[in-house]
Ligand binder design. Sequence first.
Ligand code: Z5A
Length: 188
Amino acid sequence: MAGRRGALIVLEGVDRAGKTTQCCKLVEALCDAGQRAQMLRFPERSTEIGKLLSSYLEKKSEIEAHAVHLLFSANRWEQVPLIKEKLSEGVTLVVDRYAFSGVAYTSAKKLQLADAAKREGFGCELYENQAFQKQVLQRFYQLMEDPTLNWKRWNLRSSHSGVLSASKFYFSDSRCFQKLRRSPRGNP
Ligand code: Z5A
């Protein structure tokens, strides 16, 4: 008899919302509870495609917007065999960003990154500025309106030391909202 398939749990949100922190806590909690769980993150910067993306995000190289969207997608596709293998082995995967980031970030580029880049407060990585992050947040809200997806939203202020209950797609924004309000120069 085939074993039980692992769950695919995706955490999404804007930059520095706390996704990595919550992914680690969730994996730890699942393992403590006797489950087999592992974390994945996108972009996965260790692959050849991931290195191109990392260089682009760090503003060390330029890539045409459509091409970079496809590279983010390819970066996920190259992990699909691993994802399928792990899930079929019964391992639960907690994923730090996935295709929703691809949609939200690319569609938010209608802001025109070239203009945004000239504004003060542009951060270390390409997308780390207040105006762009607000656009991304709006795109995430639009994606969350899809009733066919099992989105759950959580407030980091109350759950930072807590544990997430099992579900499929999580979205976090509260701490970012605080930072966006607080920071006059952006860089949330
Ligand atoms: N991108 C894209 O455009 N298209 C795509 O398809 C994909 C991605 C997949 C890099 O992603 C960029 O790629 C990203 C989107 C784009 N935009 N940019 N720039 P990334 O995931 O590598 O980078 P990131 O989103 O900036 O991740 P991050 O910096 O690792 O943020 P995070 O995971 O949300 O947060 P964190 O690492 O858990 O926490 C950040 C800090 O806050 C850290 O010091 C924590 O200790 C602290 N923290 C965490 N939680 C709390 C709470 N609750 N209170 C106080 N402090 C906290």
